[in-house]
Design a protein around this ligand. Structure first.
Ligand SMILES: [Zn+2]
Length: 263
């Protein structure tokens, strides 16, 4: 069952924005990269046991400490995972788009979620019940390997994020987060208030304001009333800390390995 989100999860990319080029993709089963990486036979079985759903902004897909029933494989929606500490606002620990999946703990046979996962950008997603997923994982080696590799990537990215927060400036991290969001929303126009950005980066709002002002002064972004336009993504990549490229490299290196055969 999808529950209503608590107020502190009110984070949103402009719900009107979707990856326009994704909408032109005829075979939506190949848009989510994990699903696309499955061998055709595994993919056919996965699609048979999953359904395509429309997810609205702020839909809660998992709540920390509660059981999750479904895993989600985004097509053109964006999901953020938040860690809550003593009832405070969440700290962003993961951003998932069509490169990944939400509720990864179900792959490991754990139904109780450690994090709260909320839809940040509206769109479509494949949804599969945990019992179906468990059955498919038990019967399909390549599916299991692909999803295990993805979990390994998420763990490495999470470790990188801890190092990032301690080592890199707010401006570098803001540039990285804007690029990460762009990559998953497939849009250069994002609806993000300073409050949301502060929540995502785990810093004070004033720090975000200063960093955003600097990026705007140098022509990298245009920022008006929560509406962010990425004006020069190449320059933004120059400003972003190395964690941005590192995350992408880890993903590509790990998931591009061939699947083992059962022969
Ligand atoms: Zn960093």
């Amino acid at each position: 069952m999808i529950e209503q989100p608590p107020d502190h999860c009110a984070v949103a990319i402009n719900p009107q924005l979707r990856g326009a080029h994704l909408l032109l993709q005829k075979d939506l089963s190949l848009v989510n990269r994990l699903v696309a990486l499955m061998p055709a036979s595994d993919r056919a079985i996965f699609l048979e046991h999953s359904e395509m759903v429309e997810l609205k902004v702020q839909t809660v897909l998992a709540q920390a400490g509660k059981n999750s029933d479904h895993a989600y494989f985004p097509v053109d929606c964006v999901v953020v995972s938040l860690l809550h500490d003593n009832g405070a606002d969440g700290v962003e620990i993961g951003l998932v788009g069509n490169e990944g999946m939400a509720n990864t703990s179900l792959v490991l046979g754990v139904r109780t979620s450690a994090f709260t996962s909320v839809v940040q950008g509206a769109g479509r997603s494949f949804k599969i019940h945990h019992k179906e997923l468990e059955k498919l994982l038990a019967e399909n080696l390549c599916l299991r390997v692909v999803l295990n590799r993805y979990i390994d990537v998420r763990m490495r990215q999470l470790a990188q994020r801890v190092a990032c927060k301690n080592s890199h400036t707010v401006k570098q991290r803001l540039a990285r987060w804007l690029l990460m969001t762009r990559d998953r929303a497939h849009a250069n126009e994002l609806f993000l208030t300073h409050e949301i950005l502060a929540l995502m980066l785990g810093v004070r709002r004033e720090s975000v304001t200063l960093a955003a002002r600097s990026l705007q002064t140098h022509g990298l972004i245009s920022y008006t009333r929560g509406y962010v336009m990425l004006m020069d993504t190449a320059a933004l990549e120059e400003v972003a800390c190395t964690c941005y490229r590192s995350d992408i490299a880890v993903y590509e290196r790990t998931l591009r390995q061939p699947c083992p055969t059962t022969a």
